[in-house]
Design a protein around this ligand. Sequence first.
Ligand SMILES: [Zn+2]
Length: 122
Amino acid sequence: MYCEYCKRLVEGDRCSFCGKKCKRDVQADDLCLVRSIGQIWADMLCDVLQQNEIPYYKQSDIGAGMAMLTGLHMESFSIFVPYSRYEEAKETADALFSQVEEGEEGALEEDGDAVEKESEDE
Ligand SMILES: [Zn+2]
């Protein structure tokens, strides 16, 4: 089913995000939420979608006034694509963000700490 309020695919007949009852199945041209992410990541994802010729719709999660108050870096965006391209876009996003997340985790100091401790024991 498809929640028209959240623009998400829903399992069963009730949306687990807004709790509203979903009345219809998803149509090929319905927009579906891929990710809700910060501006930098949103731009990155949009670039990749564009390269893959997947049409997308980027929506700011908070109003411009709110962005002014919290600072522009806090602004996040929701990226939607038509359901017909949803699987493709989701895989693209997963691949993009798993790379990013792995890279960030790899930079953690775990290895460095272990080496330092070993040399202290000597
Ligand atoms: Zn919903």
